[in-house]
Design a protein around this ligand. Structure first.
Ligand code: SF4
Length: 637
């Protein structure tokens, strides 16, 4: 498990009485059916299988419940907490006395389905606001008795917990204000009673907001209750970032993105815990069920039958069982190089779509690049498209007159082939997180300004390292493009995209980590926001992170701010060092997870039958200019 021990301990402490209750109400004096039918010595293996796409939460609770029913039941999680699953995917197995297993089945599924349902819905909301810095908060609308579990599931889905109860934070609402005779006496009374607690105050309109801003000392957060989008925008503009703002009331999946776009810092969503549907998960005990081990053996057999005609490339964020089969492992830069080095006829890319496109651009004549799931995209890459970049380029031409001499386009490799081609056509270049510093240095030698897309955080972090002042960096707001003077004054124009995984790391994760583990070293990926990078001890690409941990002396302790699977693998690879994820429930890349072992086996089977399954092909003109931009990069790094 990647989640830290304290989190599991707190979860299981809260779950213990609920497990007792669930067993008592369901099994009672005994499972009449299983005891009558299943022989007492019959051993069974149950397989928990996802029947719909979702996010898993609650596996430690399932394990505790099974052990409570019968300590001989052996539980094995096949995915980690907070990880995405596809329909048909194996989540966990439980082996042991058949009677006990069947008796525990319903209660175990009830916990797993409920918590995974909450995590899944939370993830949907989190993804809907992924292009902004807004966080999704839960509320107190939890099932009685399930507060800790429900809120844990919210975190597993990428959300952030609001207060746990009435006891750990002040939230001053209209009724409190009326009772106290106004916002000022209410806030003063609260501060006086418990100065140690954070204070949030609810306002319903801009007048009340004005009053809340005058409070002395100021509140820690202001809740904007049931405001329309226009009022929210005005509130954000008025507060100007002085105090964090939370939008609340009437939030649905249809309007959450628009609310986030107003610039509020957080949005609380009651639906996460009061209306999440259970995730459809079943437990099968059929002897013929496919096991992970049998799939691995099948993949190895199919691969060896292709006898050197195939090369499997696996990104570091890939599932363990998939990356185990890879001939080349690496990050974007390493795999781009490996793709050019192999002569294999079939390059199977176990990564996301833009990576397969990059390999297709660099492929030799006669080579085919295949992706086990063509839908495996990248949130970051999808924050930008050719039309919007073309429009930006035209705006720059209008303001600067000679954009081709003034601005060099640089795209992070996490972008579509069309955007790489755009860079090739306009004298630009591609970078990865591993070579971004060298590439940006080169870019500034060519032209005075850089248009960097799509990751604003990477662009900002690397530009800072090169000495570019924050005032010279301009985030390009597509809805409200900057004016001519702002464009002329800027050295770096940043696209407002962000990685859905790395943007989740926050300053408070670092602060908490240092409190818990004095002397810990914190290393993060440069796709994290500038505040996190500033507080960390070290920052670097995936390859850099792996190297630093590898070279660190035994006994050292590291918190790593990057994708959960990589951190998990580092924990196992270096048992002589303590490696922990920077966040309690570290984020997974859900699109990487779409590459499952069964999809890889199917692809290998198709290739063995002479069929090109899921080939990634790039248009020749796009490929021509994309290759030029990629070659410029490979020459500079
Ligand atoms: S980790 Fe982030 S940048 Fe990498 S593929 Fe996933 S969403 Fe894209």
């Amino acid at each position: 498990m990647v989640i830290n021990e304290d989190t599991v301990k707190a979860l299981l402490a809260a779950a213990a009485p609920l497990i007792e209750l669930a067993i008592t109400e369901d099994i009672g004096i005994g499972d009449a059916t299983s005891e009558a039918i299943v022989p007492v010595d019959k051993q069974l293996t149950g397989r928990f299988i996802a029947k719909q796409r979702g996010t898993v939460a609650g596996l430690p609770v399932v394990e505790a419940l099974l052990k409570k029913v019968d300590p001989r039941l052996e539980f094995e999680a096949c995915v980690e907490e907070g990880s995405p699953v596809e329909p048909g995917e194996l989540i966990a197995t439980a082996t042991g006395p058949g009677r006990a297993l069947l008796s525990a089945e319903r209660a175990a599924l009830n916990f797993l389905q409920r918590l995974s349902g909450i995590a899944t819905l939370t993830k949907v909301f989190v993804d809907a606001v992924a292009t902004t810095d807004t966080v999704i908060l839960d509320t107190r609308k939890t099932l009685p008795g399930f507060r800790v579990l429900d809120k844990y599931a919210v975190r597993a889905g990428g959300g952030v917990n609001h207060r746990m109860g009435l006891y750990d934070m002040f939230l001053v609402k209209d009724n409190h204000i009326d009772a106290a005779g106004g916002p000022t006496p209410a806030a003063l009374a609260a501060r006086e009673a418990r100065p140690d607690l954070a204070l949030e105050i609810e306002v319903r309109n801009l007048d009340e907001l004005e009053q809340a801003l005058k409070l002395e000392p100021p509140p820690d957060r202001i809740l904007l209750d049931n405001m329309d989008l226009d009022t929210l925008r005005k509130a954000v503009l008025h507060v100007g970032g002085q105090i964090p703002l939370e939008a609340s009331g009437g939030v649905t999946i249809d309007n959450v993105a628009a609310i986030a776009a107003t610039g509020v810092d957080a949005i609380s969503v009651g639906e996460l815990t009061h209306s999440a549907s259970a995730l459809d998960i079943s437990m099968k005990t059929a002897a013929t069920a496919v096991t992970m081990q049998s799939l691995i053996q099948e993949a190895q057999r199919l691969k060896s039958e292709l006898d050197g005609r195939i090369a499997i490339l696996g990104h570091h964020y890939q599932r363990d069982e998939v990356i185990e089969l890879a001939d080349f492992r690496g990050d974007s830069l390493g795999l781009a190089r490996d793709a050019t080095a192999t002569d294999a006829e079939f390059i199977v890319f176990c990564g996301v779509h833009f990576m397969a496109e990059t390999a297709a651009i660099l492929a030799k004549p006669g080579q085919h690049v295949l992706l086990p799931d063509l839908e495996a995209g990248c949130y970051l890459a999808e924050t930008v498209n050719t039309q919007s970049v073309d429009k930006t380029w035209q705006s720059l031409e209008k303001v600067l007159g000679n954009v081709e001499e003034q601005v060099l386009p640089v795209t992070y490799v996490n972008s579509s082939a069309e955007l790489k081609s755009f860079c090739g056509r306009h004298g630009g270049i591609i970078c990865t997180s591993g070579n971004a510093e060298a590439i940006l240095r080169w870019a500034f030698e060519q032209r005075p300004k850089v248009l960097f897309f799509p990751d604003q955080h990477l662009g900002q972090n690397i530009s800072r390292r090169l000495g570019v002042a924050d005032e010279q960096m301009l985030v390009w707001d597509v809805q409200r493009p900057p004016d001519a003077e702002e464009i002329k004054a800027a050295s770096v124009l940043l696209w407002p995209g962000a990685c859905n995984v790395h943007r989740r790391f926050r300053e408070n994760h670092i602060v908490m980590m240092r409190q818990r583990h004095p002397g810990i070293q914190i290393i993060v990926h440069p796709e994290c926001c500038v505040e996190v990078v500033t507080l960390a001890d070290d920052v670097g690409s995936t390859a850099h992170i792996i190297r630093r941990i590898d070279e660190a002396p035994p006994g050292t302790t590291w918190a790593v701010g990057t994708e959960a699977r990589l951190v998990h693998r580092l924990q196992h690879r270096y048992p002589d060092k303590t490696v922990i994820p920077l966040a309690d429930i570290p984020p997974y890349c859900s699109t990487m997870s779409q590459i499952t072992l069964d999809k890889l086996v199917y692809l290998l089977d198709q290739v063995n039958r002479g069929k090109l399954h899921n080939e990634v092909v790039v248009d020749s003109k796009v490929s021509h200019w994309g290759r030029i931009a990629l070659q410029r990069m490979l020459e500079q790094s």
